[in-house]
Ligand binder design. Structure first.
Ligand code: AMP
Ligand code: ZN
Length: 298
C-alpha cells in the first residue's frame, strides 16, 4: 500500500520512516472527514479549542507519561551555549556528526495526544460547571514509533472530544461513543469492529497496567483493515477514570475529583482507510461517500 500511496502522491516520503508530507488529494479527504466530525458533534455543545503540537514539559511530567511511555515521548531541545560552542555545533551538523550534547532541554515537549493540554487548562479554570465540560481538540501528535507501515506514523493528527465530569456522566458518555463513532465511520463506508485494547505501556510493570486496562474495558477501539491482514485502530475511546483529575486537580461542581474520558479519530488513519476501502482515486469513490464528505462542494 505504501508504494502505491507514494506513487500517486497521496503520501510524500521524507526519508524518515513514518514522516510524510500529505498530497492535495489525501489532505482534501482528511479535512472532509474532519469537517464531517464537526457537523456531527456540533449538537454536543462542545467547547472548541486548539492547542499547538507542543506541550509544556511540566504537564507531560505531571501526567506520568514519561513513566508509562518513555519510549514514545519526544522532547524539544535547543541551543543556549556560547559562540564557540555554536561554531562547534554548526561544524558537526555540517558533517552530520552527533551534536546532541550541545543542546539542552527546553520548557516544551511534543504533544503525544491532542487531549493532553486540556486537563491542566480545565484544572486552571477552577471547579467544573454542574454538567461538566465537553472539549473539542485537534492537533498533530508525535510518537517515536518509526515504521514502514503507512498507518503507523511518527507525526499525525488526532481529532478528539474530551469529557470531564462526575464519574457516572463520564462512563455513560464513554459507552455512547462506541456506537456513535461506529455510525459516523459507517456513514462513509468504513465498517469497523469494536475491539478491547490497551495502551503500549513500557516494560514489565507496563504489562500489568495494560492487562488491567483491557480487563476493565477502559480502552476500546474501532478497527478496520488498512494494509496487510491485521486490523488497525482508526478510533480510540478511552476512560481514564480519576487519573487526570488527580494528577492535575480537576474538581466537579460538588468538589469531587473529576473523571475524564476522551475519544479520538486518527485522521490520517481514517483517510488511509477511505483510500484502502474505496480506491486510490477519490474521484471514483461511491457517490454516497463523496456526498456525505461533501467532496463535490455544498
Ligand atoms: P491512542 O491514543 O493510541 O489511542 O491513539 C488515538 C488514535 O490515534 C488511534 O485510534 C489511531 O487512529 C491514531 N493513532 C495512534 N497512533 C498512531 C500512529 N502511530 N500513526 C497514525 N495514527 C495513529
Ligand atoms: Zn485523548
Amino acid at each position: 500500500l505504501l508504494e502505491e500511496l507514494v506513487e500517486r502522491d497521496l503520501l510524500l516520503p521524507t526519508g524518515v520512516p513514518g514522516v510524510y508530507g500529505r498530497g492535495a488529494e489525501f489532505e482534501t479527504a482528511l479535512l472532509a472527514f474532519d469537517a464531517l466530525v464537526t457537523r456531527e458533534t456540533q449538537r454536543d455543545g462542545a467547547e472548541v479549542v486548539r492547542f499547538p503540537p507542543v506541550l509544556p514539559r511540566r504537564h507531560l511530567e505531571t501526567s506520568g507519561y514519561l513513566s508509562s511511555f518513555p519510549h514514545l515521548a519526544g522532547s524539544i531541545f535547543s541551543f543556549t551555549g556560547s559562540e564557540g560552542e555554536a561554531v562547534e555545533l554548526g561544524a558537526r551538523a555540517a558533517r552530520h556528526a552527533d551534536w546532541s550534547d550541545l543542546q539542552t532541554a527546553t520548557a516544551v515537549t511534543l504533544a503525544p495526544a491532542a487531549c493532553y493540554p486540556v486537563y491542566p487548562w480545565a484544572a486552571a479554570a477552577g471547579q467544573l460547571p454542574a454538567t461538566g465540560r465537553v472539549v473539542d481538540v485537534c492537533a498533530y501528535c508525535f510518537r517515536h514509533e518509526p515504521s514502514e507501515d503507512p498507518a503507523r506514523m511518527q507525526s499525525f493528527r488526532m481529532r478528539e472530544l474530551v469529557r470531564i465530569a462526575a464519574p457516572d456522566v463520564v462512563t455513560d458518555w464513554h459507552r455512547s461513543w462506541v456506537e456513535r463513532g461506529g455510525e459516523i465511520l459507517g456513514s462513509v463506508g468504513l465498517h469497523t469492529d469494536v475491539a478491547p485494547a490497551n495502551d503500549p505501556f513500557f516494560g514489565r510493570t507496563g504489562k500489568m497496567l495494560a492487562a488491567n486496562q483491557r480487563d476493565q474495558g477502559l480502552k476500546l477501539e474501532r478497527v478496520i483493515t488498512i494494509a496487510g491482514d491485521r486490523p488497525t485502530a482508526i478510533m480510540s475511546i478511552n476512560y481514564h477514570q480519576d487519573h487526570f483529575g488527580l494528577d492535575f486537580g480537576i474538581r466537579t461542581a460538588d468538589g469531587e475529583v473529576a473523571h475524564t474520558a476522551c475519544f479520538g479519530f486518527g485522521l490520517e488513519r481514517v483517510a488511509l482507510a477511505l483510500f484502502a476501502t474505496h480506491g486510490l482515486d477519490s474521484s471514483a469513490w461511491p457517490p454516497s461517500v463523496r456526498e456525505r464528505l461533501r467532496l463535490d462542494g455544498g
